[in-house]
Design a protein around this ligand. Sequence first.
Ligand code: LLP
Length: 423
Amino acid sequence: MTFGPIPRHLLPDTASVVNKRLQIGGLDVIELAESFGTPLFVYDEEHLRRRCREAVAAFGDGVAYATKAFLSQAMARLAWEEGMSLDVATGGELHVALEAGVPASRLILHGNNKSVIELEAALTAGVGRVVVDSFDELDRIEQVVAAGFTAPKVLVRVNPGVEAHTHEYLQTGVADSKFGFGVASGDAAAAMARARTSPAMNLVGVHAHIGSQVFTVDSFRKAIGALAPFIAEHDLDEISVGGGLGVAYVTGETAPTITEWADTIKSACRSHGIEAKIMAEPGRAIVASAAVTLYTVGTVKDIDSIRTYLAVDGGMSDNPRPVLYDSGYEAFLPRAVNAERSRIVRVVGKHCEAGDVIVSEAAVPGDIAVGDILCTPVTGAYGHSMGSNYNMVLRPPVVFVDKGRARLVVRRETYDDLTRRDV
Ligand code: LLP
């Protein structure tokens, strides 16, 4: 069986084919691999900016980029420059966003277990919103504010009891979840009443995040239905539907656009008579297909009548998603973008682990060989951000490309970095 070339919609917006080879942002990616080495994350800056602008046009200035999907100072600045707020879920994400120069008022602090130190850092900086996740956090905010901090604006995170069609680990809106206050249990109503009356916080809205990599926008409609009574009862000004819009990773998949997603959400709010400001927190939909990963093929191992293993110079340390969620990816050769892909191989990494698989059944051109640069598209979300140092493999650099220029925004880790924290 032969598979066609890599589908265009899985590549970044500015991708083009020149002399059979892949260019992004007007630059030949094989030359980028030569200049910066592999593995390498290449982000199409124009693509990132377009998705941010689309989100702002669709939702208005209440839309926040979920930094967990991919964060560096350059990315934080880019999202903010394009008019987005930023969702930060830990003290670390908060720190990077502030270091990048994003005003604290544009930051929304998340997290199901915010520490006193994280809350103090957020209130010292003056974050725009805190999304409250638990009764213990309500206690902690009161404690921190009593110690002399200004009362924050808060949204209460409600767990709407909606089952989003996605991987079990990515579902967050079901009753059995560590996130938010359940509706069915009455916790959401109790939390809302408490936040409303507490002098340590100013309740402005309600929040729900039902899960990630969600294709059926109707799930969001259901979540809004669950939030509507709270908005009416407390006359709240803001409703945040979280993030979660899915993206296409492999041939045959298509996903709603950010605009389509926003339209569904806006129409659901209208039909429930909600006039509150609509906020959202897309992460993956902004960054996933903006980037590709480039690897060098190092070993091709044919096991007669079983399979061919193709080992590259990265692996689960730069893309843990296949191991964690059994996520599918495509692979292709940037030297032959339009080539038919007639050979099925298992693309694996260099980690000491049999499960270190990047693409379980990858269709690649028949003449693939050691030394080739191999490209996996749609790796802009939750690859770099969930990367690790397993086996002391160095984390790859990140390059932003735009209009014929390459800009290194995260350098490659060095062996010295590996011992820097040892004491
Ligand atoms: N808002 C909240 C409160 C979230 O928890 C998340 C993601 C987002 C927004 C952004 O969701 P997105 O638009 O990116 O789907 N590591 C997993 C994804 C975990 C998402 C966690 N929360 C993966 O690689 O698929």
